[in-house]
Design a protein. Structure first.
Lengths: 240, 296, 313
């Protein structure tokens, strides 16, 4: 198993207060890694730190063996990392087609048309909405536009911050299916999720973050079976 | 009716064109950098003086020398951004607003030092108006300015919807943080915002200077109606700002027409207040503007 | 002779400095406590100046009034009218981002300027109001009168200062600082944020009116040019920024300090070669503009920083 992203001893936060402390994490190539944990545990902060959107006070972030700690965000996209923030993740007055187009500016794909076709094959709903402003779409469709935009640069690693937040249960399942499809196309995924149970079902690897620190890590099935994880995050006893 | 068109409607469209060109920059800076740029009027004046200097050196029609004015205005705007706005980027934007006040003062005093505070004109003498269909009179300048503004509006629309830079600018105006996450070069977008905003402001400044006279307060005096136009059109909507500029220009001129009786509806000495009153009414009832722009 | 000249230069310096100190204290309430950006100080200053002048001058057919009332009544009326103007402005845009308040306040200042120039029945237009009385006019004559007026101005400065200090330390002031540093949590704690902000704007505007009134009495003559936005609005902002916003002593120190620099540059620019003399006032303005940029970038806490570091507005 080769490691695509590796985080070592990371301490980061905003202003002077660290939100996460001494975090270690590895993401294997072509895997889905999920970070779960209670509200305020620093899950999003960890994701944002990979993208240089926080103040990093200690630790290193390695991507494909190179140190990318604190590299400007605009350099990370050409390196092969894309991110989808939790909220406000589409450009509302731009059309869906324009949103997707923006995704190609920082790292133009070799065959733009083919990439767009592939993404529209993943998200067939969007095909009819290409000329519509993204702000007029439903929450689930917006999430698809956001993920589509991030995939337009053909990233090796996709960072997703709570992709199912605020979505209806029907969409929730679809987004998880889509994430598996994306992985099948060769993209490694690191995501933060509130819906721990479903997320761990599709995850190759899970990390539990509590109070800004690594608590437990293991494979998806391991965590689903772990008593402590079940008590704290999976809401009761029903098994996987 | 003919009087109304010749003496009010055409000058109103002229004034509206000036406001429209100035307001585009204000609206884009508002949208992308999120602050009210109080030195924008002075960028206009700098453009007007750039062309004035060029006219002294090369005796051509001022509009042909517009590139000189644009170059000077763009240079001034980029310098102001680099030295005075950029260092404050991470602070609350109100500090940048205060800085832009200072820049307005710096620009104005530089103009007074270099070009004196006198009223100056590009070319001496009066030009005869064109007469259309025997009744409509429109001065060559007004015709040129209105046609020019229309052409710019079309080009701007194409630029914003088709070009990469234009789309990036709209994207950043929509969601600045997401634009950075998507890997867009935000500093480059900001540079383009200044270049376009200052170019259009310089053009407006030259029109205003040709219409009346050139003096250091030329642009500052137009600032409030331009803000009104930007708010009317919806913040971060350049085409809205252009429409807003025309509407404010129309409102100002037409409010002084003698609609009721022989007296003008609004005394001409309060003409410049009309735009402001419209702005206040908007702030009370519809701060997002006519075209549903963003609320800062 | 040289010495008395210098003494009276000092007196006039301190009178103007005192008026600026009041403006700084007033702005400090709006910006330092309320976090509100008032770009139309000149407008409130003008309302105060004209109100006090019209209230205290003898009857004249050139302008409204005068009503021949005592100077303190004039100053009080100045405060009330300027405060009321401030209330209108703040009412309209207090709920919007501060950029809008900046536009509205500057717009009000412009409209007031138009009114002052155009409404001759009220203000005698550009000819201005003359024979504005000073307090204790009958008692002293000549240059000694300047000394009396100096004392009068600084008594007013002291009163305004004490009021500002009281406000600062009161529960009201603490609430405002809490709002300024974190509006959301203050709102969550049940504070009507906009109502508190509106109060700061009105109180500040009232004090600006008082400063305007004092200047009318000082010069004994009032014309539209006396309320030049550049000199009033701009200089005061530089003063407060340099002195230290959020701090009353800083406001007074900034007022006097920048006024000293401004006055000294006049001495300096008067020695320029004749072909530059006509441009000297522009050079001074340029310097003040650059000074503001310097303060904003390098010197944001000012001479006397607020005790608790200012948070984000």
């Amino acid at each position: 198993m080769s490691v695509l992203l590796s985080v070592r001893g990371l301490t980061a936060g905003y202003d002077r207060v660290p939100v996460i402390e001494n975090i270690d994490l590895d993401v294997a190539t072509h895997s889905v890694a999920v970070i779960i944990g209670p509200n305020g545990a620093g899950k999003s902060t960890l994701l944002k730190s990979v993208f240089s959107l926080t103040r990093i006070s200690a630790g290193r972030i390695m991507f494909e063996g190179d140190d990318i700690t604190g590299h400007p965000t605009s350099q990370l996209v050409p390196r092969g990392i894309s991110a989808v923030p939790q909220s406000r993740n589409v450009f509302p007055t731009l059309t869906v087609a324009e949103n997707l187009d923006i995704g190609t500016y920082a790292a133009p794909p070799k065959d733009r048309r083919a990439v767009e076709e592939r993404i529209l094959a993943l998200f067939p709903d969007l095909r009819a909405k290409l000329k519509q402003p993204a702000g007029e779409l439903s929450g689930g469709q917006r999430q698809m536009v956001a993920i589509g935009r991030a995939l337009m640069s053909e990233p090796k690693l996709l960072l997703l911050d709570e992709p199912t937040a605020g979505l209806s249960p029907a969409y929730l399942e679809r987004i998880f299916d889509l994430i598996l499809d994306v992985r099948k196309s060769g993209v490694t995924i690191l995501m933060v999720e509130q819906n721990a149970k479903q997320a761990l079902r599709i995850a190759d690897h899970g990390h539990v973050l509590v109070n800004g620190k690594n608590a437990i890590s293991g494979s998806g099935p391991e965590l689903l079976a772990n008593d402590e994880v079940r008590r704290s995050f999976l809401g009761g006893g029903d098994g996987p | 009716m003919i009087d109304f068109i010749n003496l009010y409607l055409i000058p109103a469209l002229m004034l509206g064109s000036i406001y429209a060109l100035g307001a585009v920059g204000i609206s884009m800076i508002f949208g992308i950098l999120r602050f009210a740029h109080f030195a924008h009027g002075d960028v206009m004046s700098i453009g007007a003086y750039g062309v004035l200097t060029a006219v002294w050196l090369i005796p051509l029609h001022p509009l042909l020398l517009l590139p000189f004015g644009i170059a000077l205005a763009v240079l001034a705007a980029l310098a102001a951004d680099h030295f005075f706005y950029r260092p404050l980027r991470k602070l609350p934007t109100i500090y940048t607003v205060i800085a832009s006040f200072g820049v307005a003062l710096i620009f104005r005093s530089l103009m007074q030092i270099f070009w004196s505070s006198d009223n100056q004109v590009y070319v001496e003498g009066v030009t005869r108006p064109l007469v259309l269909f025997g009744t409509f009179r429109i001065s060559a300048l007004h015709a040129e300015a209105i046609a020019f503004t229309l052409a710019i509006a079309v080009c701007l629309q194409v630029f914003l919807s088709r070009s990469r830079t234009g789309r990036s600018m709209r994207a950043m105006s929509d969601e600045a943080e997401l634009a950075a996450v998507a890997g867009l070069d935000t500093e480059k977008i900001i540079r383009w915002t200044w270049i376009i905003g200052a170019s259009l402001a310089a053009t407006a400044g030259v029109f205003a200077g040709m219409d009346t006279t050139i003096h250091p307060n030329l642009g500052w005096n137009l600032l409030l109606p331009m803000f009104a136009a930007a708010i009317l059109g919806g913040i971060g909507k350049p085409m809205g700002a252009m429409a807003g500029g025309v509407i404010i220009g129309l409102a100002e001129e037409i409010s002084t027409f003698n609609w009721i009786g022989d007296d003008s509806l609004v005394s001409p000495s309060y003409k410049t207040a009309v735009g402001f009153v419209i702005m206040v009414v908007l702030l009370i009832f519809r701060p997002q503007g006519l075209f549903r722009g963003r609320l800062l | 002779m040289e010495w008395t000249g210098l003494l009276f230069y000092g007196v006039s310096f301190l009178i103007a400095g005192g008026i600026y100190a009041i403006l700084c204290l007033a702005l400090n309430i709006q910006w330092g406590l309320g976090g509100l950006f008032n770009a139309g100080i000149a407008g409130f200053f003008a309302v105060g100046a004209y109100t006090s002048a019209i209230f205290t001058t003898q009857v004249s057919d050139k302008h409204l009034g005068g009503f021949g009332l005592p100077v303190p009544v004039g100053l009080l009326a100045a405060a009330v009218l300027a405060g009321a103007t401030g209330w209108v402005v703040a009412k309209i845009c207090i709920r919007l981002k501060s950029d809008y308040l900046a536009m509205a306040s500057i717009g009000i200042a412009e409209i007031l300027r138009l009114v002052i120039v155009n409404e001759s029945w009220l203000t005698n237009g550009s000819l201005g109001i003359s024979q504005v009385p000073r307090p204790f006019d009958g008692l002293v004559q000549g240059r000694a009168a300047d000394l009396v007026f100096l004392a009068y101005v600084w008594v007013v400065v002291a009163i305004v200062y004490v009021i500002c200090e009281r406000l600062n330390g009161s529960p009201w002031g603490r609430t405002l600082r809490a709002i300024r540093d974190n509006a959301q949590s203050a709102e969550a704690a049940g504070k009507d944020v906009n109502w508190f902000r509106l109060q700061t704007f009105v109180i500040g505007a009232a004090f600006m009116g008082v400063a305007g009134g004092l200047s009318a009495h000082y010069f004994k003559f009032l014309a539209p040019s006396a309320t030049e936005p550049l000199l009033v609005t701009f200089l005061v902002w530089v003063m407060l920024m340099a002195g230290g916003s959020g701090n009353n002593r800083g406001a007074v120190a900034g007022g006097l300090g920048i006024w000293a620099i401004w006055s000294l540059t006049e001495i300096f620019t008067n020695r320029l070669p004749p072909e530059w003399i006509s441009r000297s006032s522009y050079i001074r303005m340029l310097l003040i503009g650059l000074l503001l940029q310097f303060v904003l970038q390098r010197f944001r806490q000012g001479l006397i920083p607020e005790k608790s570091p200012p948070g984000k507005y």
